[in-house]
Design a protein. Structure first.
Lengths: 116, 112
């Protein structure tokens, strides 16, 4: 089973709202990722968790707050977002946590976020 | 200079032809190379991974890696209209296998 699931599929929020995106994998993968993708652009890395610890933060604004409650779950908490944060938010996971170059990443279906 | 470069296309090929997608990268010590397919409005789907020089075949797909020339390519044989998508090349640097550098993607149109 190479499935990564994400909820919700679509989310519309105002600039003052607080919401969370959720991601789950049951493949025993050791690393999980958050990406942001704007239309006609490649995915842009935001955060990486390895063994449930934050290992990479690509200078993401603090209005995005990641959380890894356990090895299968990854959340992205959103607060005070701006309209330019509207994008497809992708979660990915990989079996290796960076120790090996054989580090295929598998993406979830994404959450389409619109900030009004 | 971008870490990974791809021709944005669109690349148009007739049904049944071979589609050739190319990707160059700037870091000579890059370790791992991946091709993803992304349909409009969907998430990227891993098609191929390649780690050593030469060719790797999987069904209608062949990935080719040439580390000396710093390019990786994807050939799609017997192209089908369902292959029409954006193809993303991703490369990992030697110092951090968690960090993918993506190219901007090549849009492929396969015409019936």
């Amino acid at each position: 089973d190479t499935e990564v699931t994400q909820t919700p599929k679509h989310l519309v929020m105002g600039m003052t709202n607080k919401k969370s995106l959720k991601c789950e994998q049951h493949m025993g993968h050791r690393a999980m990722y958050w990406y942001k993708q704007k239309a006609k652009k490649p995915p842009e890395l935001m955060f990486v968790y390895s063994y449930e610890k934050l290992s990479i933060n690509e200078s993401v604004p603090s209005r995005f707050s990641p959380e890894c409650p356990n090895s299968s779950l990854l959340n992205l908490h959103l607060h005070a977002l701006q309209p330019e944060d509207s994008a497809l938010y992708l979660c990915a996971s990989s079996q290796e946590a960076g120790e090996s170059s054989y580090n295929e990443q598998f993406f979830g279906p994404g959450t389409r976020l619109t900030v009004l | 200079q971008k870490e990974v470069e791809q021709n944005s296309g669109p690349l148009s090929v007739p049904e049944g032809a071979i589609a050739s997608l190319n990707c160059t990268y700037s870091d000579r010590v890059s370790q791992s190379f991946f091709w993803y397919r992304q349909y409009s409005g969907k998430s990227p789907e891993l098609i191929m991974s390649i780690y050593s020089n030469g060719d790797k075949e999987d069904g209608r797909f062949t990935a080719q890696l040439n580390k000396a020339s710093q390019y990786v390519s994807l050939l799609i044989r017997d192209s089908q209209p369902s292959d029409s998508a954006t193809y993303l090349c991703a490369v990992t640097p030697r110092y951090n296998f968690n960090k993918f550098y993506f190219g901007s993607g090549t849009k492929l149109n396969v015409k019936p």
